[in-house]
Design a binder for this molecule. Structure first.
Ligand code: CA
Length: 196
């Protein structure tokens, strides 16, 4: 067998491995919050999925922030349906400015924006995240390989909540056309039966 054959074969196998690699399917995708980010730390609808992690500082312009009112819901639209493996959401603690980690999370997914499945619930106490100091925590949510177009995360707000990025990890080769349903702007947040 010619040496060039083996080189071509190796390149092909390598390419397949790259294509099948876990990918951030949320990158550059649209999302909406039930309540807009605070005007002091605004978001034009890009910060959470632009692939950029902020510095560990509340005043980094790559951070967006929410203030009080119990909880927020964010829904990411993957546009097509994919099998998804996990979801990450990155939050900041900055004790000096009253910015703390959310302590309750509920994750839901949907293919059509109408019927939702709850996939993960996480509850923490104040002892889990020291309030002093500046640090980030990247929360990981299990999605059991569910198929989803929409990924919705509900989280509690302490005083300020700062976050800079979310990722939805999955294999792009599992892509399927989304069934008929709601577009992102038509979804009713109150129809999603979150765990809290
Ligand atoms: Ca970002």
């Amino acid at each position: 067998m010619k040496k060039s054959f083996w080189i071509v074969l190796a390149v092909c196998l390598f390419s397949v491995a790259i294509l099948a690699a876990p990918t951030n399917l949320a990158l550059k995708k649209e999302y909406i919050f039930n309540i807009d980010a605070h005007t002091n730390y605004p978001d034009e609808g890009t910060k959470l999925t632009d692939g950029i992690y902020a510095n560990v500082a509340y005043n980094d312009p790559n951070m967006l922030a929410h203030l009080r009112e119990d909880f927020r819901i964010v829904i990411i639209d993957l546009k097509d349906v994919y099998k998804i493996d996990k979801v990450y959401a990155n939050f900041l603690n900055s004790g000096g400015v009253g910015c703390y980690m959310p302590l309750l999370f509920s994750l839901a997914v949907s293919q059509d924006g109408k019927r939702w499945k709850i996939l993960d619930y996480q509850e923490y106490t104040e002892d889990d995240f020291p309030k002093v100091g500046d640090y980030v925590n990247k929360f990981e949510f299990k999605t059991k390989g569910e198929k989803a177009r929409y990924v919705a995360l509900k989280f509690s707000t302490e005083i300020w909540v700062f976050m800079d990025e979310m990722e939805v990890i999955g294999d792009p080769d599992t892509k399927e056309p989304a069934p008929k349903g709601y577009s992102l702007g038509d979804i009713d947040f109150e129809e999603i039966d979150f765990d809290f």
